[in-house]
Design a protein around this ligand. Structure first.
Ligand SMILES: C[S@@+](CC[C@H](N)C(=O)[O-])C[C@H]1O[C@@H](n2cnc3c(N)ncnc32)[C@H](O)[C@@H]1O
Length: 243
């Protein structure tokens, strides 16, 4: 019998909770994965999101000027590390379970979509989009345009990107675990060689790009108080919208 798809945030919360139990020595890991609409699957790195930051994260966080908005903070490893370093930071995430976990490790976090009413609009000096979060919403230019409205004049977005040649595309994905699947939702991937035109479309300028421990990051700058000039460049859609 096929089980009905669950709302993605519901299944994600359950998977986080199961992973926490597993890390506490109670039960197996959930063996969760991400399925792309073209059929490819990838493991869902829940233990990484629940673990500490690594050396590459530390290099990026070192460049973050407070106050920092951690967009899609998940269980809050980056926000918690920033606060431990004395840098005021706020995590924002759709998942109430993730937000609870983030608060439990010392981060300030709120359960909210980045597209909803986020506090401090136009005052954040840095916005983080780490570990694939440039994909949130499935429209990276739209997301970056939203980020530009949240940042202070001359603020910076620090964004993690895919390897050169790994592709820049919009897709749809779902979460899968034994006995459960989520509904499909929009996601996107942006490689380091694809960020220029997307940032330009959102009115942001690519500054420094860095490769650390096999990961790639770019800083995107808000030019100044005038955010009205938005150059529209269509993003190639590799996958059909569906299913
Ligand atoms: C790839 S996980 C990243 C977790 C965390 N940044 C980390 O690296 O440990 C993506 C996160 O984005 C959150 N998310 C998805 N859509 C969102 C939205 N519209 N607004 C805020 N958070 C969102 C998900 O709930 C999830 O926690």
């Amino acid at each position: 019998m096929r089980t009905a798809p669950l709302p993605a945030q519901l299944l994600y919360g359950r998977l986080l909770a199961t992973t926490v139990q597993h890390l506490l020595g109670d039960g197996p890991p959930p063996q969760a994965r991400l399925r792309l609409v073209d059929g490819r699957t990838e493991p869902l790195p829940l233990e990484r999101w629940l673990g500490p930051i690594d050396a590459a994260d530390a290099v990026v966080l070192d460049r973050a000027t407070p106050p920092v908005l951690d967009i899609g903070c998940g269980p809050g490893r980056h926000s918690a590390a920033l606060r431990a370093a004395g840098k005021p930071a706020l995590g924002v995430d759709l998942s109430p379970v993730a937000v609870r976990l983030a608060r439990g490790r010392g981060a300030a976090a709120i359960a909210r979509s980045v597209f909803a009413d986020v506090p401090g609009m136009g005052r954040w000096r840095t916005a983080l989009l780490l570990d694939g979060n440039i994909g949130i919403g499935g429209d990276p230019a739209g997301l970056l345009h939203r980020v530009a409205t949240l940042l202070a004049p001359h603020g910076t977005a620090l964004v993690e990107l895919g390897a050169p040649g790994s592709g820049t595309y919009r897709t749809r994905v779902r979460l899968e675990a034994p006995g459960a699947v989520s509904e499909w939702f929009g996601w996107a991937r942006v490689s380091v060689d694809g960020i220029g035109r997307i940032a330009a479309e959102a009115g942001l300028a690519v500054g420094e790009t860095v490769a650390v421990e096999g990961r790639r990051f770019a800083s995107l700058a808000v030019a100044g108080p005038d955010r009205s000039s938005r150059r529209i460049v269509p993003l190639r859609t590799r996958d059909p919208v569906g299913p």
